[in-house]
Structure formats: C-alpha cells, structure tokens
Design a protein around this ligand. Sequence first.
Ligand code: SF4
Length: 387
Amino acid sequence: MPPPRTRGTALRHLLAELRGPAVPVPGEPPPQPKALDARALAALAANPGCDRRALLDGAGVDKAALADALGAPSSFGQSQFALTRGNAFEKRVKADGGAELLRLVHEKLDPAAPPPETSSVPDLTAVGPAGRTARTALALREAVEAGGWTLLDHPMLALDVAGSPAFLEPDAVVVHPDGSWTVVEIKSFPMLDGSADPAKVGAAARQSAVYVLALEEVAARLDPAPAVRHRILLVCPKDFSNLATASAVDVRKQRSVTRRQLARLTRIEEIAEALPEGTCFGLDLPPERLTAAVESVPATYAPECLSTCELAFHCRERARAAGAVTALGRAARAELGGLTTVDEVLAAAHGEAGDPADPAVAALRRAAGLRAEALASASAGQGGTAC
Ligand code: SF4
C-alpha cells in the first residue's frame, strides 16, 4: 500500500503539477526546480502582497526562463564584470584569516570586547548542502564553547520554506567572544563618506534578515541559545577604492517582514487552490496558454519590481494596459485608497463617480478644482498680455 499522502507531500505534488514537466536541454542534465535562495526570499519581503511571485517561487518556477517564454525577458542579474570585481573584493576583505573583517566587526559592533588578535577560521567542507549545513551548525557550537573570535567563511544555513529546506550561504558569520553571532554581508557597491545607495543597502538588509532568521533556527537548537545579533555588518569598498569600510545595519524590521512572508508562503496552497483547473506554468506550453496561466494569479506590480523580480517587464506591461494605479508607485497607490485604476481616479476627480465623503475622492476633487482655477487664471493672464 502506498504511504498516506500528508499535507506536505500533497503540497509538493500540487506545486510540481503547477511547475509542469522540466524542459530538457540537449546535452545537459535534466533541469531541477529552481531552489529558493536568500535573494529570492529577500525579494519576497520587498513585495509582500504579490501572490504571483509567492506562488511561482514556492513552486520553484524559473522566473527568468518564464519571462523569456512570455516574450518579456528580464534585464535582471549582475554583469560578469560586477561578479568578478565583487569576488576579488570579498577575497581581499577575508585575507589573512579575516583579520580586516574581524577588526571591522570589533570596531563597529562590539568595541567593548577584546580585540581580535587571534581568531579561528574552521574548515566547513562537507558533501552536499545538507552535509555543509550540519558542519556549519557544529562549527558554530564549537566556536561558542571555545570563546574568542571565530570567522565562518561561506557557512551553509537551512531555512524551512513551505515545508522544504532552502539552503542559504551568507558571505560570513562571525562568532564574538561573548558567544553571540553576527551576519556579515560583503557588497561591491561603494560607500561614499560613510553612506551608500539606500536602495542597495535596503536590498542587502533584506537579504541579511533571511540569514538572521536561518541562524536563529540553528541557535534555537543549542542550550543555552546564543544571541543572534540583529545589527549586521555591511562591508563595501571605501570611496571607489579597494579599501574596505563597513557600517552596522539594523535589520529588525526586515526580519519581521520576511518572517511574516515566509509564514504566508506556507499558504501558497490556498493561492494554488483558487486557480482554474489545470493551470500549469510549463515552459513548453504555447505562449497564449502560459500568459493565461500567469495572468490567473493576482499580482501587485510596483516600480520596485524592476530591481527585484524577473517578471517585472511582463507585469509592468499588464499593469499599464489595465490602467492600474500600482504602476505609479506604492506612495501614490496608498494615497488613492480604494481607487485602483487611472480611469476610476479621473472619474472621481471630475465628479463623475466616487463617494464625496471618501478622503481620497475629496482630495482629488479639490486638486482638480485648484488645477482648473490655475489654468483659468493662466489663460486670463495670457489674454491680458495679448491686449
Ligand atoms: S514583477 Fe510581477 S510577479 Fe514579480 S513581484 Fe512584481 S508583480 Fe509580482
């Protein structure tokens, strides 16, 4: 008798059906479901309201390949040049047993601790992601017991996402002499006079928050549980040079948002059940069927999607075609309350629709009145000049 189907296996089966059969490339190994990584998990926190993204990521659909198949390829991802430059910078920061990195952690996050004159860098080599995760957990425990400073270079962490483990690889984790743990994120964008591009810092903070959550799961299995610090260290090149500089970033907010999003991901079953019978995102389907499948999942496009999601060009085109106010940005969307399309906004402003007691409708009418007055006085002024 086959084993009874649990909720977890039923969900995995459902997601596999949504993903559709893998499309093999001649001469290459069969494609696997796209694993969720920290960037993908962090991007979920960047657009928490999007069912489309939650479902596609949960099902392991390759969104870049899907965007290609939909005829709206993404321009997403880092250039090879940026990757090479980033790797070289990270290597430099971690040289000499991470001496510079540990100095920065001590200076920015734990100046009261003894300086890191000696440190340990354990070997984290193991077979496969599960083996590396177990090796990392052991190294963390040993580092806490040993005291002193320890640098874990590219540890492997696992986070339970919708019943399956997502394996995550932070740039580094530092164990402090008091046994607490800090996530270190090394980026190649510059920090000028101590500050960097806020959008890039925000993305790094969301990514680090995912690592903090995964580390908290490891810590919870130890007794007593070590503290996982909620201020991470962001290391960047200083003023376009090769020298490293760093800043402590508080990721408490991003951690809470990501945690809520992950809890929501376990409800992808509900999103999937609301889809029409037979919905599938198989990349071998004709474009019109694939488009219909994608469009059957509600999306909340926002301009931020352009830097966080591979489907951004497709969703932007659809949002514009539908006149959705989300395409104008989250700030405008929030101000417009229950008005969801540009046509509804114009009708409300011109007094053709909308409840005058609604603050958004009242504000639009007032703005429309002021605009009409300004135009009238401008044309009257023009008329006077002509005389
Ligand atoms: S691009 Fe589309 S699928 Fe991706 S997060 Fe934005 S709305 Fe959702």
